[in-house]
Ligand binder design. Structure first.
Ligand SMILES: Nc1ncnc2c1ncn2[C@@H]1O[C@H](COP(=O)(O)OP(=O)(O)OP(=O)(O)O)[C@@H](O)[C@H]1O
Ligand SMILES: [Mg+2]
Length: 262
């Protein structure tokens, strides 16, 4: 896909209040020593929905996402993912459910010593999917096509631009066809045009595979284009939650500053 040729994709599909809840977070608390980060955070995500969590730098967005995938253990509260209580799962159960949860790290976190193909094969090797008669080459090819980078399989990450690396990171996150994808700052560090292309790509793949997602960001393009709902994380809590237009029009002095385009 060349720069600027991405067609407009439209808003995310509406999800009704009766859709299955795929993530339920209740009263989540997490501190590091004296530092209170999450202080009673609540969030619900339904199947097919994209929920954005908006918050200042250091407000605890990455901590939240790490709690959801089980990389950090909260001090208090509950997290249910696809009906499983994440905080009481043993190692094997956690490993099994993690296959259904894709995680796009804040940096693309590609392995520099591996080619693009090897990076994409990595999750396939780790998990059962490659052993179940799935054709690894076909999955790699599909993943690269999805992000418009068919010709990069034999390149190393250092040979790619930042935007391309982000796309490959996205392809690797999606290669196991996760039911839920957690995106940590998918557009940070990219120029606005490339950032917008990534947002449109996320939305397109979301629609193609029907994934549910949590998108952590402070990018208003993400809020405007890709989110069904936006939760504003302030002082460790879900301070306000609504669609883009409603939050944009909010008179709440703590919410307003997020919606000023610089
Ligand atoms: N493993 C850790 N040990 C100690 N403190 C931590 C740890 N992880 C995060 N923190 C602290 O928790 C707070 C929230 O961090 P977090 O990374 O979640 O912020 P963020 O909202 O993702 O910010 P940014 O937008 O800059 O990525 C910070 O004060 C950070 O120093
Ligand atoms: Mg972060």
């Amino acid at each position: 896909m060349e720069k600027g040729t991405t067609p407009a994709i439209g808003a995310p599909a509406d999800v009704g209040p009766d859709a299955e809840v795929v993530i339920a977070i209740k009263d989540l608390h997490k501190s590091f020593g004296e530092k209170k980060v999450l202080q009673g955070f609540d969030l619900t995500v339904r199947r097919g929905e994209s929920v954005m969590v908006l918050g200042k730098s250091g407000s605890g967005k990455s901590v939240l996402i790490k709690c959801i995938v089980g990389l950090l253990k909260p001090d208090k509260g509950s997290i249910s993912v696809l009906g499983k209580d994440m905080l009481s799962l043993d190692h094997d159960e956690l490993d099994h459910i993690r296959v259904k949860i894709g995680f796009l790290f804040q940096s693309s976190a590609l392995y520099d010593s591996m080619t693009v193909r090897e990076n994409l094969e990595f999750p396939l090797r780790r998990h059962w999917i490659a052993q179940e008669g799935n054709d690894r080459d076909a999955l790699v090819k599909e993943a690269l096509e999805n992000v418009g980078l068919e010709n990069t399989a034999d390149m190393y990450p250092s040979e790619l631009s930042g935007g391309m690396r982000r796309r490959i990171g996205l392809a690797r996150t999606l290669i196991l066809k996760p039911e839920i994808v957690l995106y940590d700052e998918p557009t940070t560090g990219l120029d606005p045009i490339t950032g917008k292309e990534i947002v449109e790509l996320i939305l397109r793949l979301q629609k193609k595979y029907g994934t549910s997602s949590v998108i952590i960001s402070h990018d208003l393009n993400v809020a405007k284009l890709a989110a069904n709902r936006i939760a504003v994380l302030i002082e460790g809590r879900n301070h306000a939650e609504a669609g883009y237009d409603e939050l944009y029009a909010s008179e709440d002095p703590q919410v307003k500053p997020f919606f000023i385009f610089m």
